[in-house]
Ligand binder design. Structure first.
Ligand code: CTP
Ligand code: MG
Length: 230
């Protein structure tokens, strides 16, 4: 069987959020933030199993999680960077996994629609990411914080998760990083693009699918949840 495995990333340090509990484990209306996307991923009929990536000191806390759901869940330790966390997950995949869908646990507003659109698009592409148009004008800067390039805003998108990949492509990209000197990839799409391994297909993300990064985002998330529950 050719399986689709979900990888849910929750092993970051939440430095920008600045609280002693990492943000995926904070509560949003009485439920841990990571649980919102975990439940949606496991509900998808297309997804066969899930790898939950957590910080080392949280490994024991989630032993019970595996009994709560009918689909197999592995709880695995993350790495120092998001890339290392993804690499750890890839190293624990079953041989039968053919495709992966990767999601940030810090984005609680994942939807079945986003998952379906991502996986449907993966039938015709081998690397897919959700993305939304940028509402801000973006600028790249020089070392002196002076504006260098103003790209045309109509052509600038913000990458979100979920992202989905053919596993063989992702494994190739990861293998190529062994000799990488200036490693600054923030996600797997930038990695695949850098090595020109495939064109990344962008599909519609969602304005509501915010990433909780700063404390203000949690307040925004509470309002989004209220709106969704109306
Ligand atoms: N992540 C991870 N392992 C890492 C770094 C990040 O699994 N070593 C996860 C985070 O838990 C989060 C997602 O990747 O769900 C997106 O990363 P980000 O928003 O940058 O979270 P943090 O790295 O935790 O936050 P910060 O960069 O502010 O420290
Ligand atoms: Mg980070």
């Amino acid at each position: 069987m050719n399986k689709i495995t979900a990888i849910l990333l929750a092993a970051g340090k939440s430095e920008r959020f600045g609280y002693d509990i990492p943000k995926p484990f904070l509560l949003l209306d009485k439920k841990s933030i990571f649980r919102y996307s975990l439940e949606i991923l496991l509900k998808s009929p297309q997804i066969d199993d899930l790898i939950f990536i957590v910080p080392k000191n949280y490994l024991d806390s989630f032993e019970g999680l595996k009994q709560e759901f009918s689909k197999p869940i592995q709880v695995i330790e993350g790495g120092l960077t998001r890339f290392e966390s993804v690499r750890n997950a890839i190293n624990h995949l079953a041989n039968s996994t053919e495709k992966v869908i990767i999601h940030d646990a810090a984005r609680p507003f994942l939807s079945s629609k986003l998952i379906n659109n991502c996986l449907d698009s993966l039938l015709d592409n081998n690397a897919v990411s959700t993305a939304i148009p940028s509402t801000d004008t973006l600028v790249s800067i020089d070392n002196d914080t002076k504006a260098l390039v103003f790209p045309d805003r109509s052509k600038i998108y913000r990458i979100q998760t979920p992202q989905a990949f053919d596993l063989s492509l992702l494994k190739n990209a990861i293998a190529m990083t062994v000799s990488e000197k200036n490693f600054s990839f923030t996600d797997e799409t930038s990695l695949i693009h850098h090595y020109k391994l495939a064109k990344i297909k962008l599909i519609d993300g969602s304005e509501e699918n915010i990433k909780i990064t700063h404390p203000l985002d949690l307040i925004i998330a509470e309002q989004i949840l209220k709106k969704q529950n109306q």
